[in-house]
Ligand binder design. Structure first.
Ligand SMILES: [Zn+2]
Length: 272
């Protein structure tokens, strides 16, 4: 599932290409992806796209009449920016053509992504999952972060990936962040001290900022469409059995509910 660095890279790639472009054609081969109705998509014709923002794991495309096209690519949603005649990808779900001859295409192997077209920011809360969405983690300062986390008594990985506490961190980056902070993913919030929360905040910032730079560079070089997420730079996530880059111990992997958690038992002791 794409997380903040992936979505920021997609946003940085698309914004200079889309901003100021007028929609000329629309097509929804998988109409139910557009939850507010596929006929909505057609009403974008003749309108200009503006800025693109990100909120948690959603991308928000602003339209010149104030409307906002919102996309949550979920597990396998993938964007493509290609010339209109380019070969079509599998599971093509949505196509928006622009006046420069390019198409913004969206494919989704598992067809779990969600699109919404709303009248303006006042309708954001009508979008499922946004209603209870916490503040975007990148907008929090250290004190705000610590204040939110101090209330969380449960397992720390579950807390930092809970989109109602704050939005944007998922399974992959939570592993990287907890490893960087030296905190076991299953440590309970109740056992952590204020200095642990502060160290965790610094890890959130350093891991995400560094990764945004790395993924941005990759996407600027390769373009979109090959992947929906970029993971090569990760140090522990999906590296079970490999040596920890910090201490050399073997990285552990535990799978629960279909998602894997990776950590180093030496650098991230469960009890202190
Ligand atoms: Zn280690």
């Amino acid at each position: 599932m794409p997380e903040i660095p992936d979505l920021e890279a997609i946003r940085h790639y698309l914004m200079p290409r889309l901003e100021g472009r007028t929609v000329t054609t629309t097509f929804a081969p998988i109409p139910w992806l557009i939850r507010t109705g596929a006929e909505d998509l057609g009403s974008l014709q003749g309108h200009e796209f503006g800025e693109i923002h990100r909120l948690g794991k959603f991308l928000l495309f602003f339209v010149d009449d104030g409307r906002i096209l919102i996309v949550n690519p979920m597990l396998t949603g993938r964007f493509h920016w290609v010339e209109a005649g380019a070969k079509k990808p599998g599971m093509l779900g949505v196509v928006i053509g622009f006046d420069d001859g390019h198409e913004l295409r969206y494919s989704d192997q598992r067809r779990m992504g969600r699109w919404y077209l709303i009248a303006g920011p006042e309708e954001l809360k009508t979008v499922p999952q946004m209603e209870k969405l916490g503040p975007d983690v990148m907008t929090l300062d250290e004190d705000q972060f610590v204040a939110l986390m101090k209330k969380r008594r449960g397992q720390v990985k579950a807390s930092i990936t809970n989109q109602e506490v704050f939005a944007g961190i998922g399974n992959a980056y939570s592993d990287e962040i907890l490893w960087t902070a030296g905190i076991h993913p299953h440590r309970r919030g109740a056992t952590l001290a204020e200095e642990d929360w502060r160290r965790l905040f610094q890890a959130v910032r350093s891991v995400l900022e560094e990764s945004i730079g790395i993924v941005d560079e990759t996407v600027q070089g390769e373009g979109l469409g090959r992947k929906e997420e970029w993971r090569q730079h990760m140090k522990v996530h999906r590296r079970a059995g490999e040596p920890c880059p910090r201490c050399g111990s073997e990285i552990r992997g535990q799978t629960r509910g279909g998602s894997e958690t990776n950590y180093c038992v030496t650098c991230q002791p469960l009890f202190e």
